[in-house]
Structure formats: C-alpha cells, structure tokens
Design a protein around this ligand. Structure first.
Ligand SMILES: [Zn+2]
Length: 380
C-alpha cells in the first residue's frame, strides 16, 4: 500500500493511504450537498467549508475507532504494527492473536462501540445546539456526523471478515468450540454468505434503478468476499503449522562432543569451523549426559577453559528441555517460551531413547517468523 506515515498517536504508528483523499472528497461532497436541505439560506461556500470540516472530523472519528482497537490489543499483550486510514476507513494491523476469546472479543467490539459512542455524542451535541438556537448549519453538521458514525458502528458489526463483526463472531465461536482455527474458518464462511447477500442486494438495487448505491453494494460485497477467502486461507496456513512435527525442523544426527575433553580443546576442535552452536555431550559409552552451547560457554572465564572439562561446563540432561520427533512444533514452542535456553534435545520416542536430533534457536527463530507471518491479523 502507498501509505504516508503521519506520526505517532498514543505510541502507535499512524499512516495514511492516498485513497483517503477519495473518501475525504466523497464525505465533503455528500455533506455539502445535503446541508442546504437541512439548513437553507447560506452562501454556497459556507456549505463547502462546513463539508470539509465535517469530513475531517469524520476522519478523526475513524481514527478514534481504530485507536480503540489498538489500545485494547496492546492491553491484551498483542503487538500493534500500525494504524492506517484508507478508502474503507481504517485498518489496525496486529502482530498476532489474542490469547483468549474474551480478549479477542473485546479488541474487536471496541471499535464499533467507539463509533456508536461518538454518534451519541454528536447526536446530543446537535440536539443541544438546536435547543440553544445555534446556527442551523452547525446543527446540520453535528447531526450528519451522528448519522454517519451510527451507520459505521452498525455496519462494522456485520458478521463478515474483515469487518469487526466477523472478529466478534470468531471470538464467540472460539469460546464455543474452544478451537480458534475452527472458529476462524466458521467466521470466514459466514463472511462469504454476507458477501453474497450484499452482492445480491446491490444487483437488485441496480436493476431497480439505484445505480450508484447498487454498484457500491456489489463492490463492498466483492471486497468482503475476497477478504473472507484470504482469511480462511490464512487460518488454514496457521493450522498447517500445528501439524508440523519436531522431526520436520530438527537437525538430525547432531555432532556430539565428548565430555572428557577440556573446554579449550572443545572450542578449538569442535566450535571453530563448524556452523553448530550447541552439542549434545556424550559419556565414554556414547550416552548423552548433557548439552553444551555458546551461551553456556560464555559463562566460563577464558582463564579457566583449560582447567574445565566439557562435562563440568555442560547443562546436565535433567536441565535440558527434551522433546520427541512427533511432538508438534507449536507445543514445543509453548514449552520453550518459559525457558532461557531456546533449544531442545530430540529423544527417540520408540527405540533406544537415545538422542536423535537437536532443535536449535535458529531452527525455531525461522519457524517463529514464518508462524508470525501466517498468524498476523488485521482489524477494520
Ligand atoms: Zn474496527
């Protein structure tokens, strides 16, 4: 997207896409052409100035909607990449998923509730201004802002991705099924049905003679259809990661280091000229007794390297995370998240019980990055 950063609000990077100019113009035009009906008798320029002001305040309302999503996401521990305003309003890009359906629900529903609250504020303001005998053009702008925000709040609650209602539905299904993947697929399907309904309504309006409104509905339906399909594909990709086993990412038959050599010798003979940063340490009979890694070695003073044996420096087997080739990688990641050493020894689950592989930080970092890429979400 061609977006321009406009700075940070409440700590979030806010960006604007050039297509905002289209809605700015549409809103200005729409307000400037309805105002003369509500508040007649002003010069034409007054309507246009009021139109521009109203449209800018509306953009501010859209921003407030998005920032509410962003604040609640941050509170739930979800990273917010940025907030962008564009043709269809705003998008808050998240770096992951909420941990519980309750948090997901709050993040999603907060935006439409903000729009509805803003609608109430402008409704009351318009009513108050009218009662106080303020200029009718001001009352007209306030009522218009109340109406549009009310529509935006309700429209965003429609249950289809990427609308907030789609997220709300997903959170509800997540709580009901206890499975975010199944909930995501379910919500995406409902989104597709909604898209077809909008397209059908649009075609109906078009045939009945309401050309602009009809085309707009078809366009919107098509947009929701595409987004729902993308959403379902994304959920399925993420689901695919749940089926990745440790065996698929581990380094099989890792180089081992004997426990009875000195650290000095280990560095010279094994570490230098090898790409591995962690080695299972073996006893004389070949059984694995621990793990030695760069992070462990860093804790040994250079002067003590000739006096320390690898078996003394190594992490004992009892302190090392172990896994089996058929454990799911996501399950291992969750177990490792709490540990300081982000690697695990892979122990044969059926045969000898010997070490058959090692999962290192670099294997996992790559996987985590791919995982985050597939799991990144967006909110409207
Ligand atoms: Zn929203």
């Amino acid at each position: 997207m061609d977006t321009i950063p406009i700075g940070r609000i409440a700590g979030f990077a806010v960006r604007i896409n050039w297509s905002v100019l289209v809605i700015l113009w549409l809103f200005t035009w729409s307000l400037a052409s309805t105002l003369p009906g509500a508040a007649p008798g002003y010069p034409q320029t007054a309507y246009w100035v009021a139109g521009i002001c109203g449209a800018l305040i509306l953009l501010g309302s859209l921003l407030a909607h998005e920032l509410t999503h962003a604040v609640l996401a941050r509170r739930a521990g979800v990273t917010v990449s940025d907030v962008t305003l564009w043709l269809f309003g705003g998008v808050t890009r998240l770096g992951g998923d909420a941990k519980t359906p309750k948090e997901a629900f709050r993040i999603a529903v907060s935006g439409p509730l903000t729009s509805l609250a803003i609608a109430v504020v402008f409704g009351v303001t318009g009513y108050g201004l009218g009662a106080l005998g303020a200029a009718p053009i001001l009352v007209g702008v306030a009522s218009w802002l109340a109406g549009i925000n009310l529509m935006l709040g309700l429209f965003n609650l429609l249950p289809g991705a990427p609308l907030d209602g789609g997220r709300v539905l997903r959170a509800y299904l997540w709580r009901r099924y206890g499975d975010p993947v199944r909930a995501g697929v379910g919500a995406a399907r409902v989104g597709r049905v909604l898209a077809f309904v909008l397209i059908a309504l649009g075609l109906g309006e078009f045939l009945a003679g309401a050309t602009v409104g009809g085309v707009w509905l078809v366009f919107l339906g098509w947009f929701i259809f595409a987004a729902s399909r993308e959403e379902e594909a994304q959920v399925r990709t993420q689901h695919a990661f749940d089926t990745v086993r440790v065996a698929d990412v581990m380094t099989a038959h890792p180089h081992t280091a004997p426990g009875d050599i000195t650290v000095e010798e280990f560095i010279a003979r094994y570490l230098l000229g090898d790409r591995h940063s962690a080695y299972p340490v073996t006893d004389r009979d070949g059984s694995v007794i621990g793990l030695i890694s760069l992070s462990v070695l860093r804790r040994i003073a250079p002067g003590r390297r000739t006096a320390t044996l690898v078996r003394e420096a190594a992490m004992p087997l009892s302190a090392v995370t172990t896994t089996t080739p058929d454990e799911s990688v996501t399950a291992l990641l969750q177990r490792l998240a709490a540990k300081s050493e982000h690697r695990a020894l892979v122990v044969d689950s059926v045969g000898s019980g010997g070490v058959v592989g090692i999962v290192t930080a670099s294997d996992l970092t790559r996987l985590i990055e791919v995982y985050q890429l597939a799991g990144a979400g967006q909110l409207g």
